[in-house]
Design a protein around this ligand. Structure first.
Ligand SMILES: Nc1nc2c(ncn2[C@@H]2O[C@H](COP(=O)(O)OP(=O)(O)OP(=O)(O)O)[C@@H](O)[C@H]2O)c(=O)[nH]1
Ligand SMILES: [Mg+2]
Length: 320
């Protein structure tokens, strides 16, 4: 066995034993996209699926980080360990929030049961959601009971990232202008739990009612999406939030590791397939594709049939 292999195996073993230094190192290996990354992921694969991955998504400034902080504290009280993957918001509205996050989360610094890691939102080969999912896997392997993904729900990639989570919390706050519209446009579809944070603000009740009205239009299912009110600063409503997350995780059967991991992997694969298909359609100037586009323009084909034709065609044309 060469020396490099020994080092790698050592890292996976130390990670699985829950050593924080090994986790930090493993994250750098994954982020650096080194050849060692694949071996490491392979080594931990059989041990995944114990953590519940919880997504906190919402518009900039809704109070996600403050609420994550309050949720961490609540789960620590319940004896759970918590890992956090926070994607740098770099939002113009609350620029400097990353520093704020560090200060806020500093209260957990001395706690071995909490591990917080920020991911830059740029420069991830294979996409941000793939990187975030891998870091979440590492935290899962290191034995954290809960892994939180905090993302700004502003664009497609953030929605994709939130989708990886087993339980998806969508956070809004009153007075953010178009936030209800933004939620309507994309992230409401993925929510398991809706939270109106900043319940101390005057318009909070109205925001709750608006969200409830929107939910009323949805088809019934086995999980009724709760609309909760929280004040992340004085922490009221946080216990109810923690209860709702736990209930949803239990309903998911997150305890059966295989299905949780399979679900997560399936969603990641679906995203990558969609991405490749998109790139293909946008770049492919072949006569066959152009013919499909023309037929679509002239209403000789409907959109879904056109998409099916493209998928069939891609089968032959994708680079190996
Ligand atoms: N009044 C009130 N303010 C809050 C509450 N929760 C958070 N805030 C404040 O709202 C501001 C934004 O909070 P953050 O937790 O940084 O929000 P965020 O959603 O993480 O922001 P980004 O990471 O930039 O997307 C901060 O000034 C918080 O102190 C709340 O429940 N009530
Ligand atoms: Mg934040």
């Amino acid at each position: 066995m060469d020396q490099q292999t020994t080092v790698k195996q050592g890292l996976a073993e130390r990670l699985l034993a829950g050593q924080t230094t090994a986790l930090a190192r493993a994250i750098s290996v994954i982020e650096g996209n080194r050849p060692a990354a694949r071996d490491l992921l392979k080594a931990i694969r059989p041990h995944l699926g114990k953590a519940v991955v919880v997504g906190f998504t919402g518009p900039p400034g809704a109070g996600k980080s403050t609420l994550v902080n309050a949720y961490i504290q609540e789960m620590r009280k319940r004896g759970k360990t918590v890992g956090v993957v926070a994607v740098d918001p770099s939002s113009p509205i609350t620029g400097g929030a990353v520093l704020g996050d560090r200060i806020r989360m500093a209260e957990h610094v001395m706690d071995n049961g909490v591990f917080i890691r920020s991911l830059a939102s740029r420069g991830h080969l294979g996409g941000l959601s793939a990187s975030a999912a891998r870091v979440a896997d590492l935290m899962d392997a290191a034995g954290f009971d809960i892994v939180i993904l905090e993302t700004v729900g502003a664009g497609q990639s953030e929605v994709e990232m939130a989708e990886i989570a087993d339980v998806k919390i969508v956070i809004s706050a009153p007075g953010l202008g178009d936030d209800i519209q933004a939620i309507k446009a994309g992230i409401l579809e993925i929510a398991d739990v809706l939270v109106v944070n900043k319940s101390d603000l005057p318009l909070a009740k109205r925001t709750v009612q608006q969200l409830q009205a929107m939910l009323g239009l949805r088809a019934a299912s086995d999980w009724e999406i709760p609309v909760l009110s929280t004040n992340a600063i004085d922490r009221s409503g946080v216990q109810e939030l923690a209860d709702a997350v736990t209930q949803k995780a239990e309903l998911n059967g997150t305890k059966s590791n295989r299905s949780a991991i399979e679900g997560r992997t399936r969603r990641l694969l679906a995203q990558m397939v969609a991405k490749l298909a998109q790139e293909h359609v946008l770049a492919d100037k072949s006569p066959a594709t152009t013919a499909i586009i023309t037929a679509l323009q002239e209403a000789d084909l409907d959109l879904q049939d056109a998409a099916r034709d493209i998928l069939k065609q891609m089968n032959e044309s994708l680079p190996k």
